[in-house]
Design a protein around this ligand. Sequence first.
Ligand SMILES: Cc1cc2nc3c(=O)[nH]c(=O)nc-3n(C[C@H](O)[C@H](O)[C@H](O)COP(=O)(O)O)c2cc1C
Length: 255
Amino acid sequence: MNIFESIFNRRSVRKYVMEPLEDSLLEKIRKMIDNVSVLDDSCRVEFEIYENLNKKSQVKGIFKADAPYYLIVYCDDNPRAYRNAGYAAEQLVLYMTTKEIGTCYLGSGKIGPKEKNGLKQFLIISFGRAEGTLYRDMEEAHRQPLASLCTYKDEPGEYLKKILKAARMSPSSLNSQPWRFIVYSDRVYVFMKKEAFPQPKLLLSMRNFDMGIMLCHIMIAAEEFWMNMETVTEEQYAKKKYKNGEYICTIIFNS
Ligand SMILES: Cc1cc2nc3c(=O)[nH]c(=O)nc-3n(C[C@H](O)[C@H](O)[C@H](O)COP(=O)(O)O)c2cc1C
């Protein structure tokens, strides 16, 4: 399974075998951490692998999962930084999926050092060998249909359709799937859905992180189909207030 295929087969794993992973595998994950690509050069993100085989620490937070390892995500404290962190973290999560390692984002979970190089701990990702099934068929994933996520201004080409399918599969906090798209044949306007009521800061930060995960899926799918893509922020849309969503970026594709 390659990283693109893993987008469609990954599921969150909440039960783990409390056994160590091979050193060589942990070394590969560390290499991936060093080589992860970012969405925004101006934002900082750092990762730390926290081994908890002997359960020396308790995960703090609700909806937690006991796991032999946690990937701690540290980042700056602003929406762009959360999106950047989600984009980077998802590359690691998908990489681990290809290596048959189970993962689960734990949005309210905390473990280990609270700060790293001046960055605050944002969330943690449990990982290790899954107790039970690691993969699933994409039809089993609870995701909204593309028709509810997209407003089509043009009929998308075959590859753009596949890219949108990959975006749709993204995991999100509380499975909220906040992404919305306005689709033209060569570009996609990306919006983050607004809820009817103002969201608490933690939920909003998670939603931005979710958007980063989704942008990572778009990047991986575009690479799979050899599509060049450019992500830009168009000031005229960024400045505007929309009733149902917040403009995030425009993705321009050239095949
Ligand atoms: C930012 C983020 C935070 C999450 N936090 C939690 C959590 O605290 N506890 C949990 O069990 N799952 C958590 N999840 C997992 C989601 O519930 C899960 O991705 C979503 O329900 C879709 O299911 P799937 O990943 O199996 O496709 C989180 C996911 C994301 C992306």
